[in-house]
Design a protein around this ligand. Structure first.
Ligand code: ADP
Ligand code: MG
Length: 235
């Protein structure tokens, strides 16, 4: 077994950390609701922001009224709630992704960087299996693929957590930007054919937001944990 954290890694990826991540993701989606809607209006039906905001608001209510015991439970609750609350393609896709990521974490109370990378990889596998989108089809997959590759590489190189997630977010952002030049092959945007070119995919944009929330949660925990306190909230 690998150690759960490296000796100089002050951030514990525990249940409180995962709750903080999902809470921050929900805030980011709400903050960017209009932009996500505009991106979806350009090549889809304009509901991506409201879809995800409704789902994440539901997730916050569930997390508020339950006391998840492990990181896996946090992600399972997140996924199940997104599936039940989000109409549209992105609900089952993100919902299943969070559930499968949770499964990958097992029963552990603290997750290490390779564990986090494996969870993100399981999320991508779930999206691919359910949506059958290939790389370059102009979907959330195009942000996820480079992000997973960057996190796997950082984990293999034992890069510290925040730097690893910085690389993950940068890769996701580049992947989302690359969707602008792509023609949509999957989802509603594919109905537009060549007219889908020239617009960023909304699902790729929301993937960037969710991963940025993860990075920012780690950064804040790292800054507040620099005193050597274990855990995000000491539990
Ligand atoms: P809907 O298209 O049903 O209105 P949303 O607007 O909430 O659903 O989500 C649209 C996003 O879902 C797209 O931008 C794309 O990233 C993602 N998406 C759609 N279909 C697929 C698919 N088959 N595989 C992966 N992602 C997909
Ligand atoms: Mg839509």
């Amino acid at each position: 077994m690998k150690p759960v954290t490296t000796p100089d890694e002050p951030v514990a990826l525990d249940t409180a950390f995962f709750v903080a991540w999902i809470t921050k993701a929900a805030q980011a989606i709400e903050e960017h609701l209009t932009r996500l809607g505009e991106l979806d209006a350009a090549i889809g039906d304009g509901d991506h922001g409201t879809n995800l905001d409704r789902g994440f608001a539901g997730v916050l209510r569930v997390l508020d009224t339950t006391s998840p015991r492990t990181p896996a439970t946090v992600l399972a609750l997140t996924g199940t709630t997104l599936i039940s609350k989000v109409g549209g393609a992105s609900g089952p896709l993100y919902g299943t992704a969070f559930r499968r990521a949770g499964n990958a974490l097992g029963d552990a109370e603290r997750i290490d960087l390779p564990g986090l990378a494996a969870a993100l990889e399981a999320a991508l596998a779930a999206i691919r299996k359910l949506g059958a989108a290939r790389d370059g089809d102009k979907t959330m997959v195009d942000a996820f693929v480079p992000a997973v590759a960057a996190l796997n590489k950082a984990a293999a190189d034992a890069v510290p957590l925040v730097a690893a997630l910085d690389a993950t977010v940068a890769a996701a952002e580049a992947g989302a930007q690359a969707t602008i030049a792509m023609q949509a092959v999957k989802g509603r945007a594919s109905y537009l054919g060549p007219r889908s070119v020239g617009h960023e995919d909304p699902g790729a944009a929301s993937t960037v937001l969710i991963l940025t929330a993860l990075r920012d949660t780690a950064r804040e925990a790292s800054e507040s944990g620099a005193s050597g306190e274990p855990g995000v909230n000491g539990d």
